[in-house]
Design a protein around this ligand. Structure first.
Ligand code: N01
Length: 539
C-alpha cells in the first residue's frame, strides 16, 4: 500500500461524458481548480463503455455535439448517426481543443464521497492502490443516466455454462460471434443494434423479446466535406434554435393537432416524417400523437403497415408488429433501426416472445421456456438495460448531512431541487440525473444548460463568501410535485417503462425525468436565481 496523498480542489467531478467535460471546461474558465475522476480509459461516458456490436447514437449530428465553435470549426463528421468509434474520437477531439487532459484522472473509480460538516467540504475516496483522498468544496457527480447495468434475476442463471456479456460492460477488443450460437435478451435500443450486427454473423441467434420494439428507420448516411461545410455555415443558427425546443433538437413538435388535419394530409405527413428518418416521426410530429389515444393509434397503425411489408414470416410478423399495441406508441423510448426486421426474418434467427412462452429457468446449455422447449446457445448477450437515471448516484457511497446516503434518501422516492441538488447534500451538484430533462433532452444541450447554472451558482457562493448551499424542505416537495405534474401530461404514464422505474423490481414508480420540456425547465432554474436562489439556504 502506498502513502495516502490528499489533493484539494475547488471542485471534483465524476465522469468524463458530455456533462462532466463541459463542467470541467466551464469551471476552469471561471478560475476554479477542478478535476474529473473517470472510471473508464477515455472520454465520452457511455460512448466509451458502449462497445457492443452496432453501438451507434440515434440523435443525428451536428445536433449531438457541443455548441462551442472551437469544438465544431475543426471537426468533420463522417455519418449522420455516428457509431461508437466515431463518437469516441469526437470526445478525444473535444478534450484536446479544451485542453482538459491534465485535469482528468482516468481508470479510477470514486468509491465514496462524504460531506464533512465541520470543514464544509467533501472527502472523496477512489479505488486506486495509493488510497488517494480528494477534498473539495463542490462535488459534482456527472455519472449519466445509464451508469448501473441491470441483469434480471432469472431462475438458475448461474447454471448456464456459456459466456455472458452485458452491453454496458463490453470487453475492449470485442467478441467474435462468427459461427457461434448466440442469445440476446432485450429488444430496447441496445438490443436492436446488437441484433442487427450479431444476426448477420452468428450461426444461430435466439432473440428474447418481452415487448415488441416500434423502432423507426434510422436512414443513416455518410457525410462528405460539402455537407460538413453546410453544417458549419448553419451551426450558429442551429445551436441557438436547439436552446429553444422541447428536447434540445433543431426540430420540435408542431403547433396544433394532427387530428384537425384531413386524413390525406395526415398520411402525407406520416410518410414525410418516416422518410426523413431518425426521431422525426416521434418528436417532429404533432403533440397529440403522444397525448390523444385516437391520434396515437393511427400513428402506430401507420408504423405497423410499413413494418409488416418487411417481414415475410407470418409467425414473426405477429410477434414483432402485433395488431393491438401493448404500450401507446412512442411512450417507451423510441429506437432507430437499419435492417432490424430483415435480420429477425432470417432463418438463422428465432424469436422467443416471453409474453407467450416465458423463460422458466436457465440450464447449462441455455434456457427452458414454460412450454418445455430448451433453447441452446454458446454465448448470452444481455441487452437488459440499466437502473436508469438514479442508479448512477445510488451505486456510489455518497453521504451528506448526518451520514445519510443518497440511496437511503431515494429509497421511497426521489427528492431533488431543480434536478441538480438534493436536500442534505450541501454543495453537491449532479447533472443528467433524476428530475431533470435527462432522457427527454439531448446530452450536449442539457449539459450546457445545467453546466452554466451550476458554475454560476458556484461563482455566487464563492463571491459572497458562503460556506455552503443546501435545499429547503419546501423546495424539494414543490419540485417533486412539479415534476410529477409534468408526467401527467400525455400518455407516457400508461406505458411499462424505465421512464418511471418500472424495469427494476421494487423501484418506486414515479417520474424519473422532467417531462415538461427544456424551455420550462430552464425558466424554472432561472426563476430561482432571479429570486436570490429561492429554494436554497446559503450559510
Ligand atoms: O435498455 P432498455 P437499452 N426478460 O431498458 C428487456 C439509450 N441508448 O440498453 O421493454 C426479458 O431500453 C426489456 O423489455 P421491456 C436510450 O435512451 C441509446 O436497450 O421492459 N426481457 C427491453 O427490451 C435507450 O432507451 C442508444 O418489456 C427483459 C430490454 O430488456 C436506453 O439507453 C443505444 C427483462 C432493455 O431495454 C436504454 O437502452 C443504446 C426480462 N426479465 C441505448 N428485463 C442510442 O443512442 C428487461 N428486459 C442508439
Amino acid at each position: 500500500m502506498g502513502s495516502i496523498e490528499e489533493k484539494t480542489y475547488d471542485a471534483i467531478v465524476i465522469g468524463a461524458g458530455f456533462s462532466g467535460l463541459y463542467l470541467l471546461h466551464e469551471l476552469r474558465k471561471a478560475g476554479f481548480s477542478a478535476k474529473i475522476i473517470e472510471a473508464g480509459d477515455g472520454p465520452g461516458g457511455i460512448w466509451n463503455w458502449n462497445r457492443y456490436p452496432g453501438a451507434r447514437v440515434d440523435t443525428e449530428v451536428p445536433q449531438y455535439a457541443y455548441s462551442d465553435p472551437a469544438t465544431w470549426s475543426t471537426w468533420q463528421w463522417k455519418q449522420r448517426f455516428p457509431d461508437r468509434d466515431e463518437l469516441a474520437t469526437y470526445f478525444e477531439h473535444v478534450v484536446d481543443v479544451w485542453d482538459l487532459r491534465s485535469d482528468i484522472r482516468w481508470d479510477t473509480r470514486v468509491t465514496s464521497a462524504h460531506w464533512d460538516e465541520s470543514q464544509s467540504q467533501w472527502k472523496i475516496e477512489v479505488n486506486d492502490d495509493q488510497y488517494d483522498v480528494y477534498k473539495c468544496k463542490f462535488f459534482c457527480p456527472c455519472t449519466g443516466f445509464a451508469a448501473k447495468s441491470y441483469t434480471p434475476p432469472f431462475p438458475g442463471f448461474d447454471t448456464f455454462k456459456g459466456k455472458i456479456y452485458h452491453s454496458g460492460h463490453w470487453p475492449v477488443g470485442g467478441v467474435n460471434f462468427a459461427g457461434e450460437r448466440v442469445c440476446i435478451i432485450g429488444t430496447g435500443a441496445t438490443g436492436v443494434q446488437a441484433i442487427q450486427e450479431i444476426g448477420r454473423i452468428a450461426k444461430h441467434l435466439t432473440v428474447v423479446q418481452r415487448t415488441p420494439n416500434t423502432a423507426l428507420p434510422m436512414r443513416n448516411d455518410p457525410i462528405d466535406g460539402q455537407r460538413n461545410q453546410y453544417f458549419k455555415d448553419n451551426l450558429p443558427e442551429w445551436k441557438k434554435k436547439q436552446t429553444t425546443t422541447y428536447a434540445g433538437f433543431t426540430y420540435d413538435f408542431r403547433p396544433g393537432k394532427i387530428m384537425d388535419l384531413p386524413l390525406e394530409k395526415r398520411r402525407e405527413l406520416y410518410e414525410e416524417l418516416f422518410t426523413t428518418g431518425g426521431l422525426h416521426f416521434w418528436l417532429g410530429t404533432y403533440g397529440d400523437v403522444l397525448a390523444d389515444k385516437v391520434a396515437n393509434e393511427e400513428a402506430y397503425q401507420f408504423w405497423r403497415e410499413k413494418t409488416l411489408k418487411r417481414i415475410k414470416n407470418p409467425h414473426k410478423a405477429r410477434k414483432l408488429a402485433p395488431e393491438k399495441q401493448l404500450d401507446p406508441f412512442g411512450t417507451k423510448r423510441i429506437s432507430l433501426e437499419q435492417n432490424y426486421f430483415e435480420i429477425l426474418d432470417q432463418d438463422n434467427v428465432d424469436i422467443v416472445y416471453t409474453r407467450e412462452t416465458p423463460i422458466q429457468e436457465f440450464v447449462a446449455e441455455g434456457f427452458k421456456t414454460e412450454d418445455g422447449e430448451v433453447h441452446e446457445f454458446d454465448v448470452l448477450v444481455l441487452a437488459t438495460g440499466f437502473d436508469f437515471v438514479t442508479g448512477g448516484l445510488t451505486q456510489i457511497d455518497i453521504r451528506g448531512v448526518n451520514n445519510q446516503s443518497v440511496k437511503d434518501k431515494f429509497a421511497n422516492g426521489v427528492y431533488t431541487n431543480l434536478g441538480m441538488t438534493i436536500r442534505g447534500f450541501p454543495n453537491m451538484f449532479f447533472m443528467y440525473g433524476p428530475q431533470a430533462p435527462t432522457a427527454f433532452a439531448t446530452g450536449p444541450v442539457s449539459a450546457e444548460a445545467q453546466g452554466a447554472w451550476i458554475v454560476n451558482c458556484i461563482k455566487y457562493i464563492t463571491e459572497n463568501n458562503y460556506k455552503s448551499i443546501n435545499v429547503t424542505e419546501a423546495a424539494e416537495k414543490e419540485w417533486r410535485d412539479h415534476v410529477n405534474e409534468g408526467a401527467e401530461q400525455g400518455l407516457f404514464k400508461e406505458a411499462h417503462s424505465w421512464y418511471f422505474g418500472d424495469n427494476i423490481p421494487g423501484k418506486p414508480r414515479e417520474a424519473l425525468n422532467y417531462m415538461a420540456g427544456m424551455p420550462l425547465y430552464k425558466q424554472k432554474c432561472q426563476e430561482s436565481v432571479d429570486a436570490g436562489y429561492k429554494g436554497f439556504v446559503l450559510v
